[in-house]
Ligand binder design. Structure first.
Ligand code: ATP
Ligand code: MG
Length: 131
């Protein structure tokens, strides 16, 4: 998962990470870094060329993001996505990270891999040393 630049700027990394830790997921890797356009084009390859893509890259690279790997039972990615809520924080239910902490689609605080395959691919991009 990624705590996006808005989450780092607003000082919400602790709050977000705390939710996953309390849930019982294990933090196995973390790095605070400014994501560059090339890395983001690999990460968001399915969105390259879409109307919102340039704004998305501008947002994701404007200040440091915290990239993380969380470990847990089968399909942990799905648990993480459920806890994050809907893409648009404005309609994301209370109790979710986006529902509790955000209001705008363009500043939605977190990214979570959307399948086991995506998780493996994205871990390869951000933590190539991790098996
Ligand atoms: P993420 O991949 O960041 O975890 P997601 O899987 O919920 O979010 P995606 O459809 O993969 O949503 O979109 C990636 C990101 O691009 C979203 O988090 C959002 O910030 C932005 N985005 C998606 N659709 C739009 C849109 N129609 N207009 C503006 N921004 C959008
Ligand atoms: Mg996505």
């Amino acid at each position: 998962m990624i705590c996006k630049p808005d989450a780092v700027e607003r000082g919400l990394v602790g709050e977000i990470l705390s939710r996953f830790e309390q849930k019982g997921l294990k933090l196995v890797a973390a790095e605070l870094r400014v994501l560059d356009a090339e890395t983001l084009s690999r990460h968001y390859e399915e969105h390259v060329g879409k109307p919102f893509y340039d704004d998305l890259v501008g947002f994701m690279s404007r200040s440091p993001a915290m990239t993380l790997v969380l470990e847990g039972p089968d399909d942990t990615y799905a648990m993480v996505r459920t806890m994050m809520g809907a893409t648009n924080p404005a309609v994301s239910p209370p109790g979710t990270i986006r529902g509790d902490l955000g209001t705008e689609m363009t500043e939605n605080l977190v990214h979570g891999s959307d399948s086991n395959e995506s998780a493996e691919r994205e871990i390869g991009i951000f933590f190539p040393g991790l098996a």
